[in-house]
Design a protein around this ligand. Structure first.
Ligand SMILES: [Zn+2]
Length: 239
């Protein structure tokens, strides 16, 4: 059925947005609208970027939970050593709260009704944290039915998240690699990535969408372009 097998970002894509409340301060409707708009801006940008590679991408109007009435979780899944949370665990809890015990059933129902080719979820959480995606090909993949990324209300440095962060996380769901300094990406790789793809959103997502693009390597990862042999040089450790 293609669960968790979103291998390319093309055709009709469907975003399921979930606004999760946690703690005492709930999302305000203004905040939720503003994040939804940021998500839309990210989608429009992705459509434009796909077009640069001659690839047709459209986004369905999508759906949401937690927008009209609050989706409150008493507890969030534990934060792991890498600063992340298990996205499928968070998604599972949120979906159970709105009456879906089986995420796979929801996945199939949405694709059937919308005619979309691919579906992913963006979970907005009203607390500080580092936004992340459940990257493809990790050991977590087998547990995941709906590809999901988590966007926190404010980044850990207290800044509101930008559409560019959402676009970056969505690209991860379709296989894009991070290309910034980390334990998985060496200084040599970073220097090469910066030289070859100075504006790539996976190299730096903090400059905003106006300045960013999807470079040829990221385009290959998400199914928009062919692979060049040297791209493997930039493969992050463990990917
Ligand atoms: Zn990333």
């Amino acid at each position: 059925m293609g669960h968790g097998s979103a291998t390319s970002l093309k055709g009709l894509a469907y975003t399921l947005s979930l606004f999760v409340d946690h703690g005492i301060t709930a999302w305000t409707s203004v905040e939720k609208r503003s994040f939804l708009n940021a998500g839309r801006a990210a989608e429009r940008w992705l459509v434009e970027q796909a077009l640069r590679y001659g690839v047709e991408l459209q986004f369905h109007n999508g759906g949401n939970y937690g927008l009209q009435s609050p989706l409150h979780l008493r507890t969030l899944p534990p934060v792991e050593a890498d600063g992340m949370m298990e996205p499928s665990e968070l998604l599972g809890r949120a979906l159970r709260t709105v009456g879906w015990d089986d995420p796979a059933q929801l996945h199939d129902a949405i694709l059937r009704q919308s005619g979309a080719r691919t579906l992913h979820t963006v979970i907005y959480v009203n607390e500080p944290g580092r936004s992340f995606a459940g990257p493809c090909g990790s050991s977590r993949a087998s547990k995941r039915f709906l590809e999901s990324c988590v966007v926190f209300k404010r980044s850990s440095v207290g800044r509101a998240e930008e559409p560019s962060t959402i676009a970056h996380e969505i690209l991860h769901l379709y296989g894009a690699w991070d290309m910034y300094a980390s334990a998985k990406f060496s200084p040599t790789q970073l220097a090469l990535a910066k030289r070859r793809f100075p504006n790539d959103i996976m190299v730096d997502s903090h400059g905003g969408l106006m300045m960013a693009d999807v470079g040829p390597l990221t385009a290959w990862r998400v199914g928009w372009a062919a692979k060049e042999a040297w791209f493997d040089t930039l493969r992050p450790k463990g990917q």
